[in-house]
Design a protein around this ligand. Structure first.
Ligand code: NAI
Ligand code: MG
Length: 380
């Protein structure tokens, strides 16, 4: 029934820790069901990386695995993290490494109202349908920082990104001498242009004529004034039909809580995008439904926004919808719009048809992770 017979895609999977393997297992089954309904097959390669692998073997993410992953069509990731591992090691060693290594410069985080999913703020009959387009390789998240114990800091600030390399030093001295920390943030013309292009393309695809540029140019004029200026210039030059509305991030958070349905595409520098997308996820219904993608011109990686939730791992309480919807983002990225739509409609139909009991435990029902996956597949 489809024109895409014989299509095959290979997907690298890092299910990870805690509830990661539970939700990824459902996301895979749903994606497979949707794709096979369109005559497309998905072949999965599993990788063991994460906290438990690290604790067992001391291995974080070997180069050989990175090279293998590169050859896949896309990647799915569950969640990485365990209270037994010092924070930072795996975030830097796995999550950030993958994002930088594959130059995944777009962090795509949609937030939408779903049937029967309670929201913390009344929507008065309106629906949330917004998407954060977060720059994913620059700003405060470049790892260019140090702590000084003795009032002096002199550190190399060298790094490589997809489109450039940066060399130099950060050299500071404080008087009177005291311990201090400094972290450098950078936004480049290259980086802001390419993320703005993506945000404008997204607005076009959604049939919208405005994007909101989330910034803070009043208090941080160099870094975020620059971001605004390049965003505006890029949009004016390449997308004349799209208007950039500038918003300071603090005011935006205020307005988001009061009227969460008022926004469409939110273009954010890395730091604000991290924060605003969690706020949007909370307003739209919670961690259990927030999906995400890290997208670049090479290997792109799709993952739920939530972490490994060690507090509910192994209990069946995990809601796999966030992972399932991340799978839909992956299918759309692979050009399988039909299959992606099938997954999204199946999630909506399942939620719409649930009579309380069969809602996810997260939303007051008693359906387990596995039962939710099965119910979604029935609606494919
Ligand atoms: P978390 O997202 O794992 O959990 C926060 C709260 O939300 C918990 O109460 C949890 O039970 C609940 N929750 C999360 N996902 C859920 C789901 N699908 N269904 C139902 N309830 C859900 O964040 P937390 O507790 O701060 O971090 C736990 C571990 O995960 C840490 O090691 C952290 O570093 C890691 N982490 C990893 C991420 C990743 O791999 N991308 C992202 C965020 C955290
Ligand atoms: Mg976050």
């Amino acid at each position: 029934m489809s024109c895409s017979e014989d299509k095959k895609f290979s997907i690298a999977v890092v299910a990870g820790d805690g509830i990661g393997p539970e939700v990824i297992s459902e996301a895979r089954r749903v994606a497979e069901a949707a794709a096979s309904a369109d005559g497309v097959s998905l072949k999965w390669t599993e990788y063991p990386f994460g906290a438990s692998h690290y604790l067992r073997t001391n291995e974080i993410l070997p180069d050989s695995a990175l090279n293998e992953m590169r050859a896949h069509s896309a990647m799915m990731l569950g969640a990485i993290g365990d209270p037994a591992v010092k924070p930072g090691i795996l975030e830097q060693g796995i999550l950030l490494r993958l994002r930088f290594e594959f130059d995944q410069y777009i962090n795509l985080r949609p937030a939408m109202s779903l049937p029967n999913v309670p929201t913390p703020v009344p929507l008065n009959g309106r629906k949330i349908d917004s998407v954060v387009i977060r720059e994913n390789t620059e700003d405060l998240y470049m790892g260019l920082g140090r702590v000084s114990e003795d009032g002096r800091l002199d550190a190399p600030m060298d790094l490589k990104r997809g489109g450039y390399s940066l060399t130099g030093r950060l050299s500071l001295e404080i008087s009177p001498s005291m311990a201090f920390a400094a972290q450098t943030a950078l936004n480049t013309e290259f980086g802001v242009e390419r993320i703005t292009r993506h945000a404008c393309q997204m607005a076009r695809r959604r049939g919208e004529s405005v994007i909101t540029v989330v910034s803070k140019s009043n208090a941080v004029p160099a870094l975020y004034g620059f971001f605004e200026e390049i965003a505006r210039k890029t949009a004016d030059r390449e997308f004349p039909e799209i208007k950039c509305n500038m918003a300071n991030v603090d005011a935006l958070c205020y307005h988001l809580v009061r009227d969460p349905a008022a926004y469409g595409v939110l273009l954010c520098p890395n730091l604000f995008g991290d924060i605003v997308s969690d706020l949007q996820a909370g307003l739209a219904g919670g961690m259990g439904t927030a999906a995400g993608g890290n997208i670049g011109d090479g290997l792109s990686m799709f993952e739920p926004v939530h972490g490994s939730a060690p507090d509910i791992a192994g209990t069946g309480r995990a809601n796999p919808i966030a992972a399932v919807l991340s799978g839909a983002l992956m299918l759309r990225h692979l050009g399988l719009d039909g299959s992606a739509g099938r997954v999204e409609r199946a999630v909506s139909k399942y939620l719409e048809g649930s009579r309380g009991q069969d809602l996810p435990i997260e939303f007051g029902g008693n359906f387990t992770c596995r039962q939710i996956g099965e119910a979604i597949i029935k609606n494919i």
